[in-house]
Design a protein around this ligand. Structure first.
Ligand code: ADP
Length: 449
């Protein structure tokens, strides 16, 4: 086992990893920007190293400085959390070249899955069902028309380098295609420095269902069921639950096996998520994330496992102790993402927390790096806390969410907490009857009063 791990991240996910390390008896190194000197992850780690000025590009994405931090502290492994360098194959390569272990899959697997066209081709060949669409990239508008006319509208133009909902444009009809094609390309060029796009059939009322997989890197892999992350705003998840309200045990076992077999086949190591759109009882692969997800706690809650500890163990060369036959679901879990944002427009709202009180009690987990007097810097993601509740069933979990929200105090900044109270009052949320467009439609209706 490693004796010292460096966490190349900040906020709640850095704390999450520090907690796992501590339980494994591993020393921790936090890295931070000058804006984060007083951050909780710096206070909680055994050691800390400043790696640059506030902007992420100069600190949390600064590979040479992170490598120096490893060298100074003697860290043997790096956990990347999510975001920042977590899916950066080049970073993984640099670590490998310096004999520092990356806690995650190989650079090659990250590269394959990071390019959505290659990812889709790979998954298709491994027997995973995919959204119908172009065979690879679409380079010209003529080709875009050809592919789309064959498939029928609506279609969605997507950046092969895309992520975070960027570089994705809908063409409802033939008239929209030219605009969608060129704007997806220019947005992708600006955001990712790559303007390659592909085209998919646009599914009109799907749910977003993702399968958690875990591999030992030596050809063994398991699945840990699904999460339903259909409640999204601008393609960003807001509320996630497991198990999915519309997935039964037979369906879970079937798609879970397809996913576990696929990652076993490529010798995938560690945690991964295979994302699908689910419509009309069918799954359609959209992408694979080769890292821990923000919403991993709902899976941990219902399976009673610690995914981060397993990531660390597998990276250290230990046997994966997950066995499919020992993995079973108990209860229902829901996560809500609390952002420092002002409703109704979700405007980022950094500032100083005057009072923070985390809810507690049975079945309540709060993953947050907030504390009284903490100043949320304006440079990073606005996620400030994840509230995760578990109940014996969905109804109990919803009641617990309502109760826990009532105990939670975050004063000093605007947050998205009122959104979750409002959602809990909605019959569709209570019954689990929603799809990927539900939240946007509901927000629009609220705005119109
Ligand atoms: P990103 O990597 O930017 O998150 P994804 O490919 O994972 O992009 O898609 C994000 C979201 O966009 C999905 O959860 C879904 O809401 C929507 N989406 C993507 N592809 C399609 C499609 N073919 N049809 C309908 N919606 C889609």
């Amino acid at each position: 086992m490693f004796s010292k791990v460096l966490i190349a991240n900040r906020g709640e996910i850095a704390l999450r990893v520090i907690r796992a390390c501590r339980e494994l008896g591993i020393q921790t190194v936090a890295v931070h920007s000058t804006a984060d000197s007083d951050a909780m992850h710096v206070r909680m780690a055994d050691e800390s190293v400043c790696i640059g000025p506030p902007p992420g590009a100069l600190s949390y994405l600064n590979v040479p400085n992170i490598m120096s931090a490893c060298e100074i502290t003697g860290a043997e492994a790096v956990h990347p959390g999510y975001g920042f360098l977590s899916e950066n194959a080049q970073f993984v390569q640099v670590l490998e070249d310096h004999d520092i272990k990356f806690i995650g899959p190989t650079a090659e697997h990250i590269r394959i899955m990071g390019d959505k066209i290659t990812a889709k081709e790979t998954m298709k060949n491994l027997g995973v069902p995919c959204v119908p669409g172009s065979d690879g990239g679409v380079d010209t508008i003529e080709e875009a028309f050809e592919v789309s006319d064959d498939m029928g509208f609506p279609v969605i133009v997507k950046a092969t380098a895309g992520g975070g909902g960027r570089g994705m444009k809908l063409a409802k009809t033939r008239d929209d295609l030219e605009e969608a094609f060129f704007s997806a390309r220019s947005e992708s060029k600006a955001a990712f420095g790559n303007d390659e796009v592909y085209i998919e059939k646009y599914l009109t009322l799907p749910r977003h269902i993702e399968i958690q997989v875990f591999g030992d890197g030596r050809g063994k892999a398991v699945h840990l069921g699904e999460r339903d992350c259909s409640l999204q705003r601008r393609h960003q998840k807001v509320f996630e639950e497991a198990p999915g309200p519309v997935i039964d045990a037979k369906t879970r076992a079937r798609i879970g096996k397809v996913c576990a077999d696929a990652v076993a086949d490529i010798g995938y190591a560690g945690a991964g998520t295979i994302e699908f759109l689910y419509e009309g009882g069918e799954f359609f692969f959209i992408e694979m994330n080769t890292r821990l997800q923000v919403e991993h706690p709902v899976t941990e809650a219902i399976f009673g496992v610690d995914l981060v500890k397993q990531q660390i163990r597998v990276a250290a060369g230990e046997e994966m102790w997950f066995k499919q036959e020992n993995l079973s679901i108990k209860g229902h879990a829901i996560e809500v993402r609390i952002n420092a944002e002002k409703l109704p427009n979700f405007t980022p709202c950094p500032g100083t927390i005057s009072t923070f009180h985390a809810p507690g009690g049975l079945g309540v987990r709060m993953d947050s790096a907030l504390y009284d007097g903490y100043s949320i810097p304006p440079y990073y993601d606005s996620l400030i806390a994840k509230l995760i509740v578990t109940g014996t069933d969905r109804t109990a979990a919803l009641a617990r969410l309502n109760r826990a929200l009532g105990e939670l105090i975050v004063d000093g900044v605007d947050t998205t907490i009122p959104l979750f109270y409002a959602l809990l009052d909605e019959p569709d949320i209570q019954s689990g009857d929603y799809n990927i467009h539900w939240l946007e439609n509901w927000l629009e209706a609220q705005a119109e009063g």
